[in-house]
Design a protein around this ligand. Structure first.
Ligand SMILES: Cc1cc2nc3c(=O)[nH]c(=O)nc-3n(C[C@H](O)[C@H](O)[C@H](O)COP(=O)(O)OP(=O)(O)OC[C@H]3O[C@@H](n4cnc5c(N)ncnc54)[C@H](O)[C@@H]3O)c2cc1C
Length: 407
């Protein structure tokens, strides 16, 4: 038996690590477009700010040797051919496999005119992040424009501001991190960003990146052109599926998988940002591109590949922000039939409830009890009679509610 894994991101490396916990013999080849040891994208900002290596190379620089992996780096897949049980790399190498894992993650999605111009940076990989940071270090970037105020755009803006760059963020919607935060929580985040030196222009539409060959400016829907030393697109991500044409693998926005994370084609599995998985709470199918989902899926695929019949419980919508200097925990839906809130200054705690069940919460400044709220949400326990203080701060209140509930 032999296994080929496309992608050495959090999902791919977790597949390999999980297999090795049970099987030291099976040959594993792992293919990555990058030339670094497997890294954790959420740790990139900290790495560039502090120079620290350990959180970035989260499995250790020697992980490939430890796990006895045949790593093919700095190379991409040209095509997968499941009927022949082989993949072809762009350098012409053909690799056969008995089982294939697609963990090719996601890339920048920038549906903005002019996105093909050279010089537009993104922060989607260590290679592209380095290209931007090298320019900053060479003193070429005094001002920067970040298009998109999602959590990646926010992270880049804060990093650049901390490095002394004058940063402006352009965001179409009226508040920062609009998919993750409600407007009130986002208001606190926006104030903290401004205090750190980030200029926010919210509710503004970018029409195009403009320039002859290289980007020279950003054209706004108002007709105004804004310029800077560096332009960064942080407009979203899209699964890496380009090499799947003619494979017959069922895919929409991402690869569709069953509850064991098998694709529609025999002997091919998928995990991570590339997968359209079922949401654990809502049953909806979607790509939820976050680190914990990638790791959890990697484990499920790894276990199934060594013959341990393992069902995936479903994806979660969960995020936490550390870079603002104030912790924010965002889990589940951002609205519900009822909203319970507690606020004192920058401590804001909101719990969203539908039919007596927690469907989401946002905790800012004090994230105590977040774990208990999450478990109430995931287990779908009826909290109907205990709602009055559900958002109150401190782990204590959540514990009282938890203990009062019938098992
Ligand atoms: C700046 C940043 C900050 C983030 N912060 C957070 C956070 O705070 N919390 C959180 O939960 N998530 C965060 N995320 C998201 C998280 O990093 C991703 O969900 C996670 O990395 C997904 O893992 P993956 O292995 O599926 O994909 P990726 O990490 O995208 O890895 C994909 C791998 O596939 C390889 N590959 C791609 N295409 C090919 C090809 N054609 N041929 C060969 N190899 C290929 C790549 O080289 C790479 O090795 C952040 C992401 C970024 C970019």
């Amino acid at each position: 038996m032999s296994i080929v894994i496309i992608g050495a991101g959090p999902a791919g490396i977790t597949v390999a690590e999980t297999i090795r916990r049970f099987d030291r013999e099976v040959p594993i080849t792992i293919i990555t477009a990058e030339s670094f040891p497997p890294y954790s994208p959420p740790a990139m900002a900290d790495h560039f700010l502090t120079g620290r290596d350990e959180p970035l190379f989260w499995k250790g620089r020697d992980v490939a040797d430890r796990l006895e992996l045949d790593v093919r780096d700095d190379v991409t897949i040209r095509a997968a051919r499941p009927a022949a049980h082989e993949v072809e790399l762009v350098d012409g190498t053909i690799l056969g496999y008995d089982r294939l894992v697609i963990a090719s993650g996601s890339r920048l999605y920038a549906p903005v005119e002019g996105n093909e111009l050279t010089g537009i940076h993104d922060f989607k990989s260590l290679r592209s992040a380095r290209a931007l940071l090298d320019r900053v270090r060479r003193g070429e970037v005094r001002t920067a424009l970040v298009v998109g105020a999602g959590f990646i755009g926010t992270e880049i803006a804060l990093l650049l501001a901390d490095l002394g760059v004058r940063v402006t963020v352009l965001e179409r919607l009226g508040w920062v991190m609009p998919r993750m935060l409600d407007s009130e929580t986002a208001g606190i985040a926006a104030r903290l960003m401004r205090e750190r030196g980030v200029e926010l222009r919210l509710g503004v539409e970018v029409s195009a990146f403009v320039g002859i060959a290289a980007v020279e400016g950003v054209l706004m829907a108002t007709g105004e052109t804004v310029t800077a030393d560096a332009y960064i697109a942080a407009t979203g991500v899209k699964p890496h599926l380009e090499f799947l044409a003619a494979t017959g693998i069922d895919a929409g926005w991402g690869i569709r998988v069953d509850d064991h994370l098998r694709t529609s084609v025999r002997d091919v599995w998928a995990a991570g940002d590339v997968v359209e998985a079922v949401d654990r709470l809502t049953g909806e199918r979607y790509v939820h591109a976050i680190f914990p989902n990638a790791v959890a899926q990697g484990e499920v695929v790894g276990r199934n590949l060594v013959g341990l019949d393992t069902t995936y419980l479903g994806a979660e919508s969960m995020n936490s922000l550390k870079h603002l200097g104030l912790p924010i925990m965002a889990v589940g839906a951002v609205t519900g039939d009822e909203e319970f809130r507690w606020r004192s200054g920058d401590v804001l705690r909101k719990v969203f409830v539908t039919d007596g069940r927690i469907v989401g919460f946002r905790l800012t400044g004090d994230i105590g009890g977040g774990g208990i709220l999450r478990s109430l949400l995931l287990t779908g326990r009826d909290v109907g009679g205990h709602l009055r203080h559900i958002a109150d701060p401190g782990q204590g209140m959540a514990e009282i509610v938890f203990e009062a509930l019938p098992a």
